[in-house]
Design a protein around this ligand. Structure first.
Ligand code: SAM
Length: 279
């Protein structure tokens, strides 16, 4: 008699757990350790229900049997963590306002052109915070573009809409900026078209080659590298370096540090913010 497959208490077979780990890793580079059963259960339950299946094991069987790319993609997107909020890590925005923008205003006075990138932009709060900061700072008549990119297309669609729930505008957004740049729309808040037009969102996997996208004056790559293995992280940092102007700035998440990048970046401290300056 064959030995029954080992089953975890919450119902994902050991083999299926490994299959899901491998699937998410190969599709998005995200490393999920062996103790994320609850995360898989809670994030994949809606997909299981939507497809009329009974369990995550059934979902795995479907994926293995059909390799349905759209189901495979929705599984990966469900496993991404999209936590974000307006003006996250205020010290970064302070450094941009007090040091980077005055210097760019001088450096770029001949072209009047500035380019920014919010890599892993999630639902857009990071890119729109920057748009508000630039508007408040004042670059009248300048050609300013902000690119927001994320792996998840559903998330990118939400970012494009510029619509936020009350709970989202309550997080990090000063009341004065809410009143100035948003209008109430039912139970949501709609960002003004002027600010929405400053930001373009695209679906991009950070593991792809990105050099052609630059050059940028500033790149935010915050709270995403933590999900990758060391080799992927280094490769992405090298690619980002290739998208920055010499002297361009990179911000990582408040709790993230980059090792092995001394060849490409100098590390600068401004207030409590760490900035990686492209060599
Ligand atoms: C925690 S959010 C960070 C949002 C924002 N940068 C911040 O710090 O508030 C991480 C984002 O990274 C995205 N992500 C994960 N893997 C990715 C990949 N391989 N390429 C691009 N984006 C990815 C997720 O979809 C998610 O929206």
């Amino acid at each position: 008699m064959p030995t029954p497959a080992l089953t975890f208490a919450n119902g994902i077979d050991a083999e299926n757990y490994r299959f899901l780990q491998e699937h998410v890793h190969s599709q998005a580079g995200i490393v999920l350790e062996g103790n994320k059963h609850y995360l898989f259960e809670s994030r994949l339950a809606p997909i299981v229900r939507q497809l009329g299946l009974n369990s995550i094991n059934d979902l795995c069987a479907l994926l293995k049997a059909t390799r349905k790319p759209e189901v495979g993609r929705s599984v990966v997107e469900a496993m991404t963590t999209n936590e974000t909020y307006f003006f996250r890590d205020p010290a970064h925005y302070d450094a941009i306002r007090t040091v980077l923008l005055p210097s760019l205003k001088q450096q770029r006075k001949d072209t009047n052109k500035l380019r920014f990138w919010s890599a892993a932009s999630s639902t857009g709060q990071e890119a729109y915070s920057l748009a508000m900061l630039l508007t408040e700072f004042g670059f009248p008549g300048w050609n300013i573009s902000i690119l927001g990119t994320d792996f998840s297309s559903a998330i990118v669609d939400r970012a494009r809409s510029g619509k936020y729930h009350q709970i989202e505008v309550n997080r990090g957004l000063p009341a004065a900026l809410l009143v100035k740049h948003f209008l109430r729309s039912g139970v949501e808040w709609q960002l003004s078209d002027t600010l929405r037009r400053m930001v373009r969102f695209e679906t991009i996997d950070l593991r792809n080659s990105m050099r052609a996208m630059g050059p940028f004056d500033l790149v935010f790559c915050r709270n995403v590298l933590i999900y990758f293995d060391a080799a992927t992280k280094l490769k992405i940092l090298k690619e980002i370096h290739g998208t920055l102007f010499r002297g361009g700035w990179l911000f990582l998440g408040g709790a993230e540090t980059a090792f092995g990048v001394d060849e490409w970046f100098d590390r600068l401290t401004i207030g409590t913010a760490s900035v990686y300056v492209a060599r």
